[in-house]
Design a protein. Structure first.
Length: 174
């Protein structure tokens, strides 16, 4: 339903799945984390940012009870929470969570992994929102180099970072 852009329907179904799983699994079961994370992203898309934040934080608590603090699953959740916090205007909170995600993923992925490019790009937007455009440009350059190498110049994600660079770091006079 989410892919079909029926976000209210997707949210209703996901909430039902959570309720059903509440009866089947103990409160901190990792399957529930997946549902909380998914419904959080749906709520974000629907514009319910406070609700999205609450659900994502719940997903993080569940995963923290099951995995090491440096587990990549936690990094993905931290990154998702960071985007929600950014949309809520909590830039310091967004920065903290995005940096946590990056620290974890730098331990688990090669330096040229596309996931790191995504995190660097997301942190660049936080930097930009905080008014630190030079730091944002540096992060976008790093993300762009990774994406060029991993995905090629025609990939949508590569083009997105290139567009940010053109806007915030236009080439100088010839």
């Amino acid at each position: 339903l989410q892919v079909l852009e029926d976000l209210p329907g997707a949210r209703t179904r996901m909430e039902r799945a959570i309720a059903m799983q509440h009866k089947l699994f103990y409160p901190h079961h990792t399957t529930r984390e997946t549902r909380f994370s998914n419904v959080s992203l749906i709520m974000k898309d629907l514009g319910d940012l406070p609700g999205a934040r609450t659900r994502m934080e719940r997903a993080i608590v569940i995963q923290q009870n099951h995995f090491d603090p440096d587990h990549p699953t936690l990094a993905a959740l931290y990154s998702n929470l960071a985007t929600i916090l950014r949309d809520l205007g909590d830039l310091p909170g967004a920065r903290t969570r995005m940096e946590q995600a990056i620290v974890i993923e730098e331990k688990h992925f090669d330096p040229d992994h596309p996931t790191l490019a995504t995190r660097y790009s997301n942190l660049a937007f936080i930097e930009r929102d905080e008014g630190n455009v030079p730091a944002a440009v540096a992060l976008w350059r790093e993300a762009h180099a990774i994406r060029l190498k991993a995905l090629g110049p025609e990939h949508t994600h590569t083009k997105d970072v290139a567009a940010a660079l053109r806007h915030y770091d236009p080439p100088g006079p010839p």
